[in-house]
Design a protein around this ligand. Structure first.
Ligand code: BGC
Length: 448
């Protein structure tokens, strides 16, 4: 291997993933422009979907069943709200969604969900003699008609069940529930997972005005003044606020490198969810694999070993493990590589692999920080108030250094004022939050 070619290639590679402070600032006006467009009928890459709910008071009370669909698991939770800012999950059951269901027909998918709910009802002796209110977290872009109805705009994250796009998902689920004899279960609140996470954060902390998911997918919501939501039909009090689901995963003003383009081409939704493909757990591993395959092809890594990484062979969880290896000889990485069939590796091979992972996850964190800062400065340009940001998702929770890098980048952007942005984990927010929203919706219906 020629040393000069090797170093100049790496230099170029790292540069193509670099996000400087200037670049982070440069994203702000672009993000704001897309937010502005999305709030009007014109639309743009940010869908800015009204959620028909504002923040909870923290006094909502009762026990609610929450449904959570959005990743590889469908979950049913029983959540107790104590009216004092505490939401407790009393029972939870997970059902793995088989690939045939994810990619089958919509009816098959909603029947699978109804059947899982039926199991939960039986296992947890849920009283089905009276009408029960349910909250439904549906973690995809949907155009809500009100708090309990919404139309799927497009699938993301590898879901592709047919006959659902353009349909009211609550009607579809209610039809399936009826088929399973569960008509007493009434979905009275529908929310995106970011909106659920926001509600979980705001139930405890009235300063919470942003909800984010960093998981299989990524997205955020925030609290907007109704006067600014130009596309919303009239009938609202101008002083009111509403939560807007940004659908930031689809932001399309980021510079893309050759690996982003390659990755995008191989997905089920090319040219869509560009930012999500740079940030979320579903894609980071594959992005790293594409870089690695290029290095292997150029004989810059694993030259003594017949290495081949096929699609899916490097997952984001593997990257987590690789980055967490702090041993001198990178033993954990060695183990992972041996397991993948790559036996003769050198310490510098393993070091390079670790650096590749860091390069990709750092870019994800810095793009995320720029997006968080854009949303907050949209609401409060001078950062004159405190903002709590509730965050849920495995990437944020478990990926080593991810949250620290976001905090660091926010400091780079705002100096001492960055302290006014408080990032908090809202564990299970996407599940518990919709129970809170169901309580808000129930109260609204009962009030004159
Ligand atoms: C979906 C969002 C969702 C996010 C996190 C994205 O793919 O479009 O609606 O909030 O994933 O689950």
């Amino acid at each position: 291997m020629e040393k000069r070619t090797y170093s100049s290639f790496l230099l170029k590679l790292f540069k193509s993933f670099d996000v400087t402070t200037e670049m982070m600032w440069g994203l702000h006006p672009l993000f704001h422009e897309e937010m502005k467009r999305g709030l009007t009928d014109k639309g743009g890459s940010l869908k800015m979907l009204p959620a028909f709910v504002d923040r909870p008071t923290g006094k909502e009370k009762g026990t609610f069943i929450a449904l959570d669909l959005g990743g590889t698991n469908f979950r049913v939770l029983k959540v107790r709200l104590d009216g004092n800012g505490n939401a407790r999950v009393e029972n939870v059951e997970r059902f793995v969604i088989p690939s045939v269901v994810m990619h089958g027909t919509g009816t098959q998918m909603f029947n699978f969900i109804a059947k899982s709910i039926q199991k939960f009802v039986v296992n947890n002796k849920v009283d089905t003699t009276k009408t029960k209110k349910l909250g439904f977290t549906f973690s995809f872009p949907m155009k809500q008609l009100d708090i309990e109805n919404g139309i799927l705009v497009t699938w993301t994250k590898d879901f592709s069940a047919s006959g659902v796009v353009g349909k009211n998902v609550v009607s579809m689920l209610s039809d399936s529930l009826r088929q399973f004899g569960l008509e007493v279960l009434h979905i009275n609140a529908l929310a995106n997972d970011t909106v659920g996470t926001f509600a979980a954060g705001a139930y405890k902390d009235p300063k919470c005005d942003v909800g984010i998911i960093f998981g299989t997918g990524t997205n955020a919501c925030y609290r907007e003044k109704i006067v600014n939501i130009k596309k919303l039909a009239r009938g609202y009090h101008k002083k009111d606020h509403m939560i807007i689901n940004i659908e930031w995963g689809n932001f399309d003003k980021l510079p893309l490198n050759e690996y982003d383009l390659k990755l995008d081409k191989s997905t089920k939704n090319p040219r869509k969810q560009r930012m999500e493909k740079m940030i979320s757990g579903m894609y980071l591993g594959e992005l790293a694999r594409l870089v690695l395959s290029d290095l292997i092809r150029r004989k810059f890594i694993f030259v003594n070993s017949k290495a081949k990484f096929t699609k899916g062979a490097l997952k984001t969880t593997n990257m987590s493990l690789i980055e967490s290896d702090r041993s001198k000889d990178l033993i954990k990485i060695k183990g992972f590589l041996e397991h993948a069939g790559i036996l003769k590796t050198t310490v510098s091979d393993r070091n390079l692999l670790k650096e590749i992972c860091m390069m990709i996850s750092s870019r994800a964190a810095r793009v995320s920080a720029a997006a968080i800062s854009s949303v907050i400065t949209w609401m409060d340009p001078k950062l004159s108030k405190h903002h709590t940001v509730a965050i849920d998702g495995t990437l944020y929770e478990r990926y080593p250094g991810f949250s620290k890098r976001i905090t660091g980048a926010l400091k780079e952007l705002h100096g001492g004022r960055a302290k006014r942005i408080k990032l908090t984990k809202a564990k299970d927010g996407s599940g518990t939050g919709v129970a809170i929203i169901a309580a808000v919706a129930a109260k609204k219906k009962n009030s004159p």
